[in-house]
Design a protein around this ligand. Structure first.
Ligand code: SAH
Ligand code: SF4
Length: 344
């Protein structure tokens, strides 16, 4: 088996490849700063070392299968082929003031939320740390970000806390100063409510942000929308989030996909208020991005605004994006569907 270079930090490379720490840093910089995956082009490594690495190592785990740009170039989606022939997608969202990269953590997703395109496609396997980090490297390679620092959101295909160790390693790779050096506060992990993962995440020594996909604040409805709720019902979830907030002192974001006539009524407003009470939290409302094969539709604009206003009136920090179809979550939630329609 060849050594998969993008799974490794500089220290792990030095150990695994039996090279000097400075050589490992050089190699890491080629991959993570310059996005050069051709070992022969790594000209500051000796000829002998390059020959040995070429023989024993695999420099990249992803190959680009397809690129699609949205009509006004606000989003770029990349479809990657993995070494075993599976595919994953990632998306880059360009806004005036920021650039956001949305990465996948699994091929498909076993949580099977009833409104999510990824959930409909079933679950295949976890991604490795390198397969996750490489998505960001490829998305940002050649991108003119003009001094804007990229944000990385773990909101693509898959449930990050079902692949905890690889996700955490990928965050370390992306934060590494010899590589992209992404600031912890620019990274957000989104979970459908893996309570154990949330508790574990509270112990990580960094300021990486946490986002929780709530979508319903009563157990009957949440069981239906997010089946993981049967394992971790709202009470268990609330305790885990409370623990996280207490241990870290950090703010949390709740995601709420607005489904017309399902979770956009005044009853839901009251339930959300009850759930977030006592937390430093923001509720991020995301009008549903329609997915074929689901019975849902987004609410009319006016209804979404009333829902937002009702939450704000209860003293809850709430966001609702202005432009339609621009939302990062909505773009991420569409990933697998897009991949399938590309014939992958
Ligand atoms: N599995 C994780 C992260 C990936 S999903 C999670 O569920 O949090 C990222 C976000 O996109 C979630 O908040 C999810 O609910 C949302 N999403 C999924 N499908 C969507 C759709 N069709 N429209 C809008 N948001 C969607
Ligand atoms: Fe999985 Fe998240 Fe989609 Fe639910 S919303 S099926 S957890 S990817």
């Amino acid at each position: 088996m060849k050594t998969l270079l993008t799974n490794l930090s500089p220290a792990e490379m030095a150990e695994a490849l039996q090279v000097k720490p400075f050589q490992a840093r050089q190699l890491f910089r080629w991959l993570h700063q310059k996005q050069i995956f051709d070992i022969e082009k790594m000209t500051d490594l000796s000829k002998e070392l390059r020959a040995r690495l070429t023989e024993t190592c695999e420099p990249a785990q992803l190959s680009l299968a397809h690129t699609s740009e949205s009509p006004r170039s606000t989003t770029k989606k990349l479809l990657f082929r993995l070494q075993d022939g599976e595919t994953v997608e990632s998306v880059l969202i360009r806004e005036r003031e920021r650039v956001t990269v949305c990465v996948s953590t699994q091929v498909g997703c076993a949580v099977k939320c009833s409104f999510c395109a990824t959930g409909l496609s079933g679950y295949k396997r976890n991604l490795s740390a390198g397969e996750i980090a490489e998505q960001a490297l490829h998305l940002l390679s050649g991108e003119n970000i003009e001094g804007r620092h990229p944000n990385i959101v773990y909101m693509g295909m898959g449930e990050p806390f079902r692949n905890y160790d690889a996700v955490i390693s990928s965050v370390r790779l992306l934060m590494d100063k010899e590589g992209m050096g992404v600031g912890a506060r620019r990274i957000t992990i989104s979970t459908a409510g893996e309570a154990e993962g949330i508790r574990r995440f509270a112990g990580e020594p960094w300021q990486v942000r946490l986002s929780i996909s709530l979508h319903a604040a009563n157990d009957d409805l949440r069981d239906e929308l997010v089946p993981l709720n049967k394992r971790y019902p709202l009470k268990t979830l609330r305790e885990a989030v409370g623990y996280y907030a207490e241990v870290t002192g950090r703010h949390v974001t709740f995601e709420w996909v607005l489904l017309d006539g399902v979770n956009d009524g005044m009853k839901d407003v009251g339930e959300i208020a009850g759930f977030v009470e006592g937390l430093d939290a923001t509720v991020n409302l995301i009008p549903f991005n329609p997915v074929q094969g689901t019975p849902y539709a987004p609410p009319p604009r006016g209804k979404s605004e009333s829902f937002r206003n009702a939450l704000v009136a209860r003293g809850i920090k709430t966001t609702l994006r202005k432009e339609k179809g621009q939302d990062i979550n909505a773009a991420c939630g569409q990933l697998r569907r897009q991949a399938l329609s590309l014939g992958a």
